[in-house]
Design a protein around this ligand. Structure first.
Ligand SMILES: [Zn+2]
Length: 445
């Protein structure tokens, strides 16, 4: 365990903040670490100071391949270092935790996947299909120099059937652990309106673009909360996984009762209500509103930038159709376009792997080896990860690790990218074990 903690601290100290990333530092740390254990690996440089690492235990037969990763070594910036209990790039070990930016997202997985790989190699593990280790750069800024670059430039190196990466393994109820089968997409749009400029001193019957934008904002909120089509598939997984009683289950998965359920839930657990709301629909959140140039001029233009999150299966046509429905008669006057990259725009669609399969059973078995009586509950991540590139190519990809069962679910939400990010040593121990168990169960069965 000492070795894992030391490597984790080193990766935190390497401070691979993206942008600019400079991940080659951590890639070299891992390369050196593997070499110390007599393991060969290959480093692929995607840009100056940026790179990705691949190691492999070849399969003895043509069995299914499993990948540990893509595990990213880049981290997000720290906004308020003074608010931290420790220096965020110190990798301090204190109170049973390793502290620092990236500890949770996702350097503990990098370390535990590397260690499980080393342990298997040392035991002369002979899998039927390849076991691949992939460590990447640039996940936090979209993967162009990391996972996506590897798939485009060295696809043969990382060809796999299954993979496990961030983020999963937190307990949602006693003995119930979530694992990520998919993620929502982000399809950010700009909705613009035109008006007729005029003097602000005489607004009677004016054609004010801001009026239209204001109406549109209210319409988007109402549509998202009460009119947009609902999907209860993902709540159904949750209800089943949590073994809810009949009434509770109906309350959760009956579309007509859902508004009532959400209303009740928000009084008890607002965070959970937000999750349930997001799991049932494409969400629309108008987050930037701009219009006008001068206080005494009626604005000729106004626009709204809308953060739109799609569920698996909801494509661009779906997004635009429902934006138009939401806007109603205003749609005729609206121009809807994807938010440009210069404006921070980014589009990826929701995606998911099967909620149950032979591989999912193997993951559950790997967990039960450490925490008997635990079961897995399928979940959709609200955020985007590198998994999308692999799911697009038919790989079954899951967010899977194993947290100390004492860790509350809210921990992940508040600490990932947040202040005092840290990971418990118990979680490092458990995650290392489940990755090891999973490879053993799945690749030699
Ligand atoms: Zn991450």
């Amino acid at each position: 365990m000492k070795e894992s903690i030391a490597l984790l601290s080193e990766l935190i100290q390497n401070k691979c903040v993206n942008p600019p990333g400079n991940e080659i530092k951590s890639i070299q740390s891992i390369q050196r670490f593997l070499q110390e254990h007599d393991i060969e690996c290959q480093v692929f440089e995607s840009a100056p100071n940026r790179g990705n690492l691949v190691a492999r235990i070849p399969g003895t037969k043509n069995g299914p391949k499993l990948m540990f990763g893509p595990a990213h070594v880049d981290v997000v910036p720290v906004e308020n270092p003074d608010e931290w209990e420790v220096d965020p790039f110190s990798g301090t070990v204190k109170d049973g935790f390793v502290w620092g930016r990236g500890a949770l997202d996702m350097l503990y997985i990098v370390v535990t996947q590397v260690q499980a790989f080393i342990q298997l190699q040392k035991e002369n593990f002979q899998p039927k299909g390849d076991l691949i280790l992939l460590i990447v750069s640039d996940e936090e800024a979209g993967g162009r120099y990391g996972a996506e670059w590897m798939l485009e430039n060295h696809p043969e190196q990382i060809k796999t059937d299954y993979l496990v990466t961030e983020a999963g393994g937190l307990s949602i109820a006693p003995g119930k652990l979530v694992f990520m089968i998919g993620e929502k997409g982000g399809a950010w749009k700009r909705i613009s309106f035109k008006g007729t400029p005029g003097h602000g001193s005489m607004p009677f019957d004016s054609d004010n673009a801001a009026h239209k934008a204001a109406q549109a904002i209210i319409k988007l909120r109402d549509y998202c909360d009460s009119k947009i089509p609902l999907t209860t598939e993902y709540l159904n997984y949750l209800a089943k996984g949590l073994e809810l009683g009949f009434i509770q289950r109906i309350m959760l998965i009956n579309k007509r009762l859902l508004p009532f359920t959400l209303n009740n839930l928000k009084k008890r657990d607002l965070q959970m209500a937000k999750v349930v709301h997001g799991l049932t629909r494409m969400t629309l959140s108008p987050n930037i509103v701009q219009g006008g140039t001068k206080v005494n001029v009626i604005p000729a233009t106004a626009y709204i930038d809308v953060d739109i999150r799609t569920l698996p299966g909801q494509d661009d046509e779906y997004v635009v159709t429902h934006l138009k429905k939401a806007l109603g008669v205003l749609a005729k006057e609206a121009t809807i376009e994807a938010l440009s990259a210069e404006e921070g725009g980014f589009t990826s669609y929701g995606n998911a792997s099967p909620a149950s399969s032979e591989f999912v059973s193997a993951m559950e078995k790997a967990v039960q080896q450490e925490l008997p009586d635990s079961t897995l509950v399928p979940f959709i991540m609200p955020a985007v990860s590198d998994c999308r590139f692999f799911r697009e190519r038919g790989v079954e990809a899951y967010g899977f690790s194993l947290f100390d069962p004492e860790t509350p679910m809210s921990h992940l939400a508040s600490l990932a990218h947040g202040t005092d990010e840290r990971i418990s040593i118990k979680t490092i121990e458990l995650s290392q074990k489940v990755y090891y168990n999973l490879a053993k169960f799945f690749l030699i069965q």
